[in-house]
Design a protein around this ligand. Structure first.
Ligand SMILES: N[C@@H](CCC(=O)N[C@@H](CS)C(=O)NCC(=O)O)C(=O)O
Length: 332
């Protein structure tokens, strides 16, 4: 009887602690763009909350590097890089939406990386360094900034919408490899406090199932196949666009924000070991990728932030394919 009382009392206390913590970790969807009514503590004109691996963080880092704009850099862990720092009390004050990147301009947050690109350009790019002057070219750039965006809380559900969404499904193998090293309790924290529970369940599933088995699960197989087909279509569009513009960039002679968006998608394909397949017999895309890698911003925004867990995950995927252990039903 006493034991039962102790157990019940402990459970009640734990529940109270969780409920209290939930009131301290307020989370909700946030509107995109500049939040001029919110001012957060800051020490520099620009502050960037970002993660080394995150696709959208790479995008804004590359953009800042292209412009040579200095910023205060605050690294935020996500579950795949070590733990859910993005649902900590402190970070939820910066972004109640619980995602990175967040760019602050004089303390005002800007949400959504594609909005951040346009905002920074609007502030620092009077000369039109990364934004074409002509209205037609501007439209082309805007369409491709959109096409390279990662949109919505569940991007893997709509890979046809954008190349950014398509690459999300193709990231599953890297996620599964990275999460193998993360203690399961850290993922449980997400179940309690993350706004987007579906993402947490997915990580839990990958953790409990392991990389090899995860890749053979029917729903995972379907997601990867659909993402692969969608990415192939986006890359055909890109080939057409590069043909039409005359290259070397999406808008022709000028490297623009659209190429920033595409650079990080190619880099993610590289990390997931999808590039050989995507570029095979495609000289236009091969030339484009070679040109992207020549930009100093590629090194500054992507390579210099290489996370050891990602490097290991890429090697693991290459090794699985090399040794013939890649599931036969999956694209490689
Ligand atoms: N549409 C957003 C995407 C935000 C997003 O989903 N970020 C991912 C990293 S690329 C994230 O923070 N994931 C952490 C999580 O969901 O726990 C943008 O473009 O900034």
């Amino acid at each position: 009887m006493i034991l039962l009382i102790i157990v019940l009392a402990t459970a009640a206390l734990a529940l109270l602690a969780v409920l209290r913590e939930r009131t301290l970790r307020q989370t909700r969807a946030v509107p995109p763009g500049l939040q001029s009514d919110v001012t957060l503590p800051y020490n520099a004109e620009w502050t960037l909350y970002h993660n080394p691996f995150s696709l959208c963080s790479k995008k804004i880092r590359v953009c800042m590097a292209e412009y040579g704009v200095p910023y205060d850099s605050i690294s935020i862990d996500l579950i795949e890089t070590g733990g859910y720092q993005n649902i900590s009390r402190d970070f939820l004050k910066v972004n109640p939406g619980a995602t990175v990147p967040v760019l602050l301009h004089n303390g005002h947050p800007i949400y959504e990386s594609h909005e951040q690109l346009n905002y920074v350009a609007g502030r620092v790019d009077e000369a039109g360094l990364l934004v074409p002057h002509g209205p037609e070219q501007k439209e082309v750039m805007a369409a491709w900034v959109h096409k390279t965006s990662l949109l919505g809380d569940h991007p893997i559900e709509s890979p046809e919408a954008t190349a950014g969404n398509a690459v999300a499904g193709l990231t599953i193998p890297i996620f599964a490899s990275m999460v193998a090293k993360i203690p399961v309790l850290k993922i449980f924290e997400g179940l309690l406090f993350h706004r987007i529970k579906q993402r947490v369940f997915f990580f839990l599933l990958m953790k409990l199932t392991g990389l090899s088995k995860t890749l053979t699960l029917k729903p995972v197989n379907q997601i990867i196949h659909r993402a692969d087909r969608a990415m192939a279509a986006h890359l055909i569009d890109l080939e057409h666009q590069l043909d039409q513009s005359g290259g070397p960039w999406i808008c022709g002679q000028q490297f623009t924000l659209a190429d920033v968006g595409m650079m990080v998608i190619f880099d993610r394909l590289r990390e997931g070991d999808w590039l050989t397949r995507s570029l095979e017999d495609r000289p236009v895309l091969q030339g484009y990728w070679a040109a992207l890698q020549q930009r100093p911003s590629y090194r500054q925004g992507c390579l210099e932030f290489a996370h050891p867990a990602v490097t290991e995950a890429t090697q693991a995927l290459v090794e699985i394919k090399r040794s013939g252990r890649w599931p036969s039903g999956l694209p490689q």
